[in-house]
Ligand binder design. Structure first.
Ligand code: ADP
Length: 227
């Protein structure tokens, strides 16, 4: 059995920019991401990294081509089916943490699990274990505003993994941090990925971080090429 968890084939995406005309951002992008693999997605700003992550994460539908998760073709399916697959299989991390400000770090990780039917006790237990893995367990009861930028981002990683997705999609996850914090936060992300065995696609401008991942793919002229 193939261990490819995310497969993109011939993915195309155009945007209509009004008077500026149409731009063809993705022109047949191909990607295979395997379980346990951490892949860097590198390209200049505006090249289409976020667009590609949106397609991979079933947040948007390609104009052509297919997106498969775990061997199941999901591009072109109904919103309901894509939302279900996204909730089950995909965790997202962005440049900014997007944690809920009125809840503690631990609650931010427990709530998505409870929304999926997990009881509060086990949800909190998993939350604490995840916080432990990224070295923020001592801040579990603090609200996001009381945490440093690096701690907020570590909590956001834990939230993304709360429901045990198979795929993690990260858009410049350390882009908002100073270089030292960025390195430490990236270490935490790598530990989580290694411990869970999930597949991760991480968009980054940071070539040093990209070089630490299992492989690099570049987005060039709307195509993904090995970097
Ligand atoms: P990156 O993440 O590499 O910076 P994006 O995927 O955000 O690149 O954007 C790629 C190109 O597509 C840019 O020119 C951007 O302006 C354009 N674009 C992205 N989203 C939209 C949209 N919803 N409508 C129109 N143009 C868009």
């Amino acid at each position: 059995m193939s261990d490819v968890v995310l497969k993109l084939e011939g993915v195309e995406k155009r945007y209509n920019k009004g008077l500026a005309g149409e731009i063809h951002v993705l022109r047949g992008a191909e990607l295979r991401l395997k379980a346990g693999e951490m892949v860097a997605l590198v390209a200049p700003s505006g090249a289409g990294k976020s667009t590609l992550l949106h397609m991979a994460g079933l947040l948007d539908t390609p104009d052509a081509g297919t997106v498969e998760i775990g061997g199941q073709r999901l591009s072109g399916k109904s919103d309901r089916q894509r939302t279900k697959a996204r909730r089950q299989d995909i965790g997202f991390v962005y440049q900014f943490h997007h944690l809920l400000p009125e809840f503690s770090a631990l609650e931010n990780i427990a709530l998505p699990q409870m929304a999926n039917g997990v009881a509060k006790g086990p949800a909190s237990e998993r939350g604490r274990a995840l916080l432990e893995t990224v070295g923020v367990a001592h801040r579990a009861d603090h609200r996001p505003a009381e945490l440093s930028g690096g701690e907020q981002q570590r909590v956001a990683f834990c939230r993304a993994l709360a429901n045990k997705p198979r795929i993690l999609l990260a858009d410049e996850p350390t882009g908002n941090l100073d270089p030292t914090t960025s390195d430490q936060v990236f270490d935490a992300l790598m530990t989580l990925v290694r411990e869970t065995g999930l597949a991760a696609l991480v968009a980054t401008h940071n070539m040093e971080l990209a070089a630490r991942m299992d492989r690099v793919v570049r987005l060039e002229n709307g195509l993904l090429v090995d970097g």
